[in-house]
Design a protein around this ligand. Structure first.
Ligand code: C5P
Length: 319
């Protein structure tokens, strides 16, 4: 509870986490499995306006477009969607919802509010069926990690969760963003199922995030954090928030910064309890959330009761 209040104020520290999570973080820092070599400068203490301005200047949503090797030689230019992700949604999207999969969204009755947005982003295997009252039923974009494409448990090929939506997949690549190394040794091999899905469903927009976009967001989190963050990619949640900030006039994020309903329940759709889902072990989730809280323009009451954060779209930011 003390940590939750600090999160709401935007000044929590990893030292406040359960020793088990601190230990896991330490192990990830030592392992540095993606070869992170941070060259940026710490710029802690930026105001909200300065932060937004930095984001507007640097965040460029990028997906694989098939123009770079090894993908160029594999015919990916013709394989990826002809319309880039940044131009797919109408420019006039006023407000968008980002709905995390946190257990705290249960019993929120936020469904109607979520569906009232012009576009709704959801994550991985999070369902709407049976949970409409709390999470709504509209899905415009779904961000999926590479395990969704490769683990048979998720039935990526035939589940309705992955149909009639814009799909955006990602996989942790080396920090160097060396595409050859990544193609040879992805975390989970998403390339084969991606190609197959594109061939079978050429009309469904389906993109893979460029490692440069992912690590650029990591750099921004580290630059604006006093502590050393885990050298692993940001969570899908953070990727989705920044994607929607690039595409929408305003972004309402639900149960990323947890509400008073917060427990260790990982996802609203499965009985699995682990504080790491909300506070992070592999992902620098605590630091992502502190950064997002610093950008929040919503009311404190909405944060406590709805777990809602309101963020301006980056196009509207004046520097
Ligand atoms: O677990 P999964 O990655 O599918 O969840 C989607 C996103 O929702 C996460 O990447 C994370 O940003 C957010 N989340 C959270 N707290 C939870 C569960 C998920 O903030 N308890």
């Amino acid at each position: 509870r003390a940590l939750l209040r600090r999160l709401w104020k935007g000044d929590a520290s990893a030292r406040m986490l359960h020793p088990r999570l601190q230990k896991a973080m330490g192990a990830y820092l030592r392992a540095n499995k993606h070869g992170v070599n941070f060259r940026g400068r710490r710029a802690a203490g930026r105001s909200r306006a300065e932060l937004l301005c930095a984001l507007r200047g640097r965040v460029r949503v990028r997906t694989l477009d098939g123009s770079e090797p090894p993908f160029s030689a594999l015919g990916w230019r013709a394989l990826v969607p002809a319309v880039p992700l940044g131009r797919l949604l109408p420019r006039g999207l006023r407000t968008c919802a980002v709905v995390t999969s946190a257990g705290a969204i249960l019993n929120s009755s936020l469904g109607e509010e979520i569906d009232s947005h012009d576009a709704v982003l959801r994550f991985n295997s999070a369902p709407t069926r049976g949970y409409e009252k709390d999470v709504g039923n509209k899905t415009t974009v779904r961000i999926i990690n590479s395990q969704i494409l490769t683990n048979p448990r998720h039935h990526f090929i035939d589940s309705s969760l992955y149909k009639d939506v814009i799909l955006v997949a990602w996989d942790p690549a080396p920090y160097s963003a060396n595409l050859h190394l990544w193609y040879k040794k992805p975390d989970y091999n998403l390339f084969t199922p991606y190609v197959q899905h594109r061939q079978r469903n050429p009309n469904q927009p389906f993109y893979i995030l460029h490692p440069k976009f992912i690590w650029q967001l990591w750099d921004i989190i580290q630059e604006n954090t006093k502590e050393k963050i885990q050298p692993n990619p940001p969570s899908s949640g953070f990727l989705g928030i920044l994607l929607m900030m690039s595409l929408c006039g305003e972004v309402h994020v639900y149960e990323y910064i947890p509400s008073v309903r917060q427990t260790d329940l990982c996802h609203y759709h499965e009985p699995y309890y682990d504080a790491a889902c909300t506070l992070g072990a592999y992902h620098p989730l605590l630091y992502e959330k502190l950064l997002v809280q610093r950008l929040n323009t919503g009311a404190q009451g909405d944060l406590h009761r709805k777990g809602k954060v309101v963020l301006p779209g980056l196009r509207a930011v004046r520097c």
